[in-house]
Design a protein around this ligand. Structure first.
Ligand SMILES: Nc1ncnc2c1ncn2[C@@H]1O[C@H](COP(=O)(O)OP(=O)(O)OP(=O)(O)O)[C@@H](O)[C@H]1O
Length: 233
């Protein structure tokens, strides 16, 4: 995305933000509450129109639609947004419903992604009956089933314990290694350090630092403004 500026009334939520996620790259977007992270996601998804600047996906201007599959984008939500009474497999099928290739192809895609995330044994279990870490994996599977070019993850490590976070880092690295670009918003610093190729730090709608996890960690301004606070928790 180039030079994105977003205003809500008199508030500048994003101020000339430029950000690139390369093929197979994992970029973490971090910053304090209200920094503009969710707004970046919303612009990439076509839900918020920037006052100026542009979004390109796969080198082409993003189409003027918020239908994610048509943009080549998928997104997980902090609240997961799963259908609790439906099974894991039914939830994962949802993004494919209504597409011409539903039926057999759709079922195959669901099985493949459930297998990839080690969820096949739980395919027919109602999501309400699953523990939280498995529900998070179902939400990730649902985002992956459309085979997106760009995957947006909103606090993927939130609410998980250390073992699940370590396993999630492997999964995310695997997704990127398979060619999908990943942009994630995350407060969990250790997870960010383990998974990201690059870290972009937003504060008050501006990019205040950008670099490898080590570079950003040693950036004094970032440490003082953000990472230091996290480390102190
Ligand atoms: N639809 C909206 N209308 C008005 N103001 C908005 C809207 N969406 C976001 N904002 C404001 O824009 C700024 C950036 O918000 P945003 O949600 O992008 O921050 P964030 O970094 O995702 O914060 P958090 O970590 O708390 O989710 C905030 O000041 C927020 O109050």
């Amino acid at each position: 995305m180039d030079a994105l500026t977003v205003e809500f009334g008199g508030l500048t939520a994003l101020d000339d933000v430029g950000l690139t996620v390369g093929d197979g790259e994992v970029v973490a977007l971090i910053g304090p509450n209200g920094a503009g992270k969710t707004t970046v996601f919303n612009v990439v998804c076509g839900l918020v129109r920037p006052r100026s600047g542009s979004v390109r996906i796969d080198g082409r201007p993003a189409p003027a639609t918020s239908r994610l599959a048509d943009r080549g984008v998928s997104r997980t939500l902090q609240g997961l947004g799963l259908f609790g009474g439906m099974t894991a497999a039914e939830n994962v099928l949802v993004p494919l419903t209504g597409r011409p290739r539903r039926s057999a192809d759709g079922e195959r895609a669901v099985v493949a992604v459930l297998q990839r995330l080690d969820l096949l044994d739980l395919a027919d279990t109602a999501v309400d009956a699953l523990p939280y870490p498995e529900r998070k994996r179902v939400a990730l599977a649902r985002a992956l089933v459309t085979d997106p070019r760009l995957l947006l993850l909103d606090e993927p490590a939130g609410g998980l314990g250390a073992d699940d976070i370590a396993a999630l880092a492997d999964v995310v690295r695997g997704i990127a290694a398979a060619g999908t670009s990943v942009l994630l918003v995350e407060h969990h610093v250790d997870f960010v350090m383990a998974v990201a190729d690059r870290v972009v730090v937003l504060d008050f709608g501006r990019v205040v630092a950008c670099g490898t996890p080590d570079e950003v960690r040693s950036d004094a301004a970032v440490e003082a403004a953000y990472l230091g606070l996290e480390a102190a928790r």
